[in-house]
Design a protein around this ligand. Sequence first.
Ligand SMILES: [Zn+2]
Length: 75
Amino acid sequence: MDIFNVQCPACGREYYADMLLYSLRVELHCPYCGVFFCREDSPRVVTGGAGASAVARVAGDLGPQTIYRPPDQED
Ligand SMILES: [Zn+2]
């Protein structure tokens, strides 16, 4: 599936959601603090691009405090 990464405007943590939610322009729900917000209110939204599907495997590790890269990701 296609995903996009979004940063919560309330708590600042990043998570990902299905692009379907992006295309529907519905309110997004932060899994960390539970706030609902429009993506226009997010300080950072990253759609598609390099590694969108790859990072899905390490979703939740995208925060600056928990960045982790699998050692053999580059080919
Ligand atoms: Zn939040």
